[in-house]
Structures are given as structure tokens and as C-alpha cells.
Write a protein that binds this ligand. Structure first.
Ligand code: DC
Length: 225
């Protein structure tokens, strides 16, 4: 039996940070589904495929072995036995991953893979369609949101920490563009599952969101026991 917590929401809502912290506090295995799409993208880039070569990218799926490992307390991602934890976060991957994640065969394949790695485990999984598509029967579903303006502010701070120069206007525009693409996508539209709990983190700090998520999980679990 698995216990599944699904956290969905738009880019920059803090899903990654929150999922990691809640997972650590509650002893749930944290699965970063975005990393699976990033692995497919990296493999396509390494083969030199362009976005137009969808058929080749789809064929590539059979050759991919993606693994999540925890070594020295650090989450690591392996693609065909090679540590790609950092390589999947490059700008080159960022630029292609959204389009590749919308190829229907890629989505189906990754959704099946995500279901497989959760089998028999207690997991907290973040993504765009976990509560709607990957695990429609998840035990707990949360839709984590924040206004585009707040998400842009957070992204600026993250960029400053990494020494990346960016302006508020360009980040806000990019976030609004991504929201539009995510919400109008034909293959995997980002939307709140009917039975998901909506959590607006606009005026909350990280600890407050973590506390709220843990409360929601505890309340839902109590209702079912
Ligand atoms: O969360 P992230 O930035 O690592 O996600 C990378 C890309 O994958 C992003 O463009 C959205 C997409 N994605 C998706 O379509 N479905 C998921 N469950 C997770 C990510």
C-alpha cells in the first residue's frame, strides 16, 4: 500500500522547496517529477535532436534508465548510470523541457514511470498533473498557488542568490507566459483537481506554508483512519 501526497501548481509557487521540507519532516519520499522530464530533454540534447524531431525523441524513451538515489543525504538523479543532477538544470535544458514535456508519448511514459517508482512507498510528489492524471486517487491533493507578482519577486531573490542578473519586468512576463502555456496545454493543462485543497502562499513564508501543508495532510489522514 502506498500513501501519496500530490502537490501541483504553477511554476515558481515554491512546490520544490515545500515538498522537500514536508517530506523530510513526515518521512515521505520526495519525488521530483520535473526531473524526469528534464532527463528526457537532456538525452535528446545529447543525441543532437531538435524539437521538430518528436518521433526520434519518442523512440529514445525505451533507452532511458532514470533513477533517484540519496547519497550523503543529497538527492541525486541518474540517467543511464550517469549522475546528471546538475546537468539537468542547465539553461539549455530549461529552454527545451517545456515543449518536450508536452509530447503526449513522453507524458504517458513518464506518468507510468512516476507511478512505478511510487509503488508500495509513502511519497510526496510535486508536478503539474499529479493529482489530476498521475495519481487521481492520491490520499492528499494540494494545489499550491501564489500571484504572478509574488512568484516573480521570489524568482528575483533566487536569481540574486545564484548571481544571475534579471529584471522584475522580464521575470514577470516570463511567468505569465509560462502560466498561459501551462493552462492552455492540450496534452497536460495545469488545473486544480476538483478534490484538491487550494493553498495560496502569496502572503506566507516558507515555514508557514510547510506548517499548513503538514496540517492538511494530518487532517485528511485523520478523516480516513
Ligand atoms: O518543475 P520543473 O521546472 O523541474 O519542471 C520542468 C518542466 O517539466 C516544466 O516545463 C514543467 C514540466 N513538468 C510537467 O509538465 N509535469 C510535471 N509533473 C512536472 C514538470
Amino acid at each position: 500500500m502506498s500513501f501519496i501526497v500530490a502537490i501541483d501548481g504553477p511554476a515558481g509557487a515554491g512546490k520544490g522547496t515545500i515538498t522537500k521540507l514536508v517530506g523530510e519532516k513526515l518521512g515521505l519520499i520526495n519525488i521530483d517529477t520535473g526531473a524526469t522530464y528534464r532527463c528526457v530533454t537532456l538525452a535528446a540534447i545529447e543525441k543532437g535532436y531538435t524539437l521538430k524531431e518528436e518521433d526520434k525523441i519518442v523512440k529514445l524513451l525505451d533507452e532511458l534508465k532514470i533513477e533517484f538515489k540519496k547519497e550523503n543525504n543529497k538527492e541525486q538523479v541518474f540517467l543511464n548510470d550517469v549522475d546528471v543532477t546538475n546537468k539537468i538544470r542547465t539553461q539549455e535544458v530549461n529552454n527545451m523541457v517545456s515543449q518536450i514535456s508536452h509530447i503526449p508519448e513522453v507524458r504517458n511514459n513518464m506518468a507510468n514511470f512516476q507511478r512505478k517508482i511510487a509503488e508500495g512507498k509513502n511519497v510526496i510528489m510535486e508536478g503539474r498533473d499529479i493529482g489530476t492524471n498521475v495519481f487521481p486517487n492520491a490520499d492528499v491533493k494540494i494545489y499550491l498557488d501564489a500571484t504572478p507578482e509574488e512568484r516573480a519577486k521570489r524568482r528575483i531573490l533566487q536569481n540574486e542568490e545564484k548571481g544571475i542578473q534579471s529584471t522584475y519586468e522580464e521575470i514577470l512576463e516570463n511567468i505569465k507566459f509560462r502560466d498561459y502555456n501551462d493552462k492552455t496545454s492540450k496534452t497536460a493543462p495545469l488545473k486544480q483537481a476538483e478534490d484538491a485543497i487550494y493553498l495560496d502562499s502569496t502572503n506566507l513564508n516558507i515555514n508557514q506554508v510547510v506548517e499548513k501543508v503538514i496540517k492538511i495532510i494530518e487532517q485528511v489522514t485523520k478523516l480516513h483512519t
